[in-house]
Design a protein around this ligand. Structure first.
Ligand code: FES
Length: 195
């Protein structure tokens, strides 16, 4: 005996499933990217401050002030580049070889006097002669390359590009860090001397 009620319910459910299966429905549409809107809104409503705020203004600057911020950065980079250029010109090693003046440097212990250009350190010049001169960091941060200028105050005879070791008194006694010392006058040097 066929249960007509059960059969009817079964057919109805099957039909519902089939209809859902083939129906297209309404596809979900993501919202547009609103970040520009948010930035513009913030730019229009949040007043700019004259001082830099850490972290939280990376968005708040918005379109208009964001542009200003970028312009500011470019300006700052420009200044930095200028600063670097200035620093580069402060570096005696940046002086072109054909423009560099040379000075007579007497290496007392080595028993020789050589011409050393103002863009060359005393240490490099000595090494170019084949002398085995002491050094370690080559950056003015230790005293291994120390030498003594016998003429007088070291600052009157060399320019130390960096000097993190010698104080005024030691410099005035003639001590120099040969790895960062560029000659600015004729001088006599005793290598392997430190205060
Ligand atoms: S080698 Fe270190 S200061 Fe010259």
């Amino acid at each position: 005996m066929v249960n007509t009620l059960g059969l009817g319910v079964g057919l109805t459910l099957t039909l519902v499933v089939v209809v859902f299966h083939f129906s297209k429905g309404t596809a979900w549409q993501p919202r547009e990217d609103v970040s520009d809107e948010v930035l513009e809104h913030r730019a229009a409503t949040v007043p700019e401050t004259a001082f830099p705020e850490p972290m939280n203004r990376s968005i708040g600057g918005g379109a208009a002030s964001g542009g200003a911020a970028i312009a500011g950065e470019t300006e700052a980079e420009g200044e930095l580049a200028e600063g670097e250029a200035a620093e580069a010109t402060d570096d005696p090693s940046a002086i072109p070889d054909d423009e560099a003046d040379a000075y007579e440097v007497e290496f007392v212990k080595e028993g020789d006097t050589i011409d050393v250009k103002e863009n060359t350190t005393l240490l490099e010049a000595g090494e170019d002669e084949g002398w085995d001169l002491p050094y370690a960091c080559r950056e003015g941060q230790c005293i291994s390359c120390g030498g003594r200028i016998t003429n007088g105050n070291a600052e009157e005879y060399v320019e130390h590009h960096t000097n993190q070791m010698l104080g005024e008194e030691e410099l005035s006694d003639g001590y120099t860090l040969t790895c960062v010392a560029y000659p600015t006058a004729d001088l006599s040097l005793e290598t392997g001397e430190s205060p």
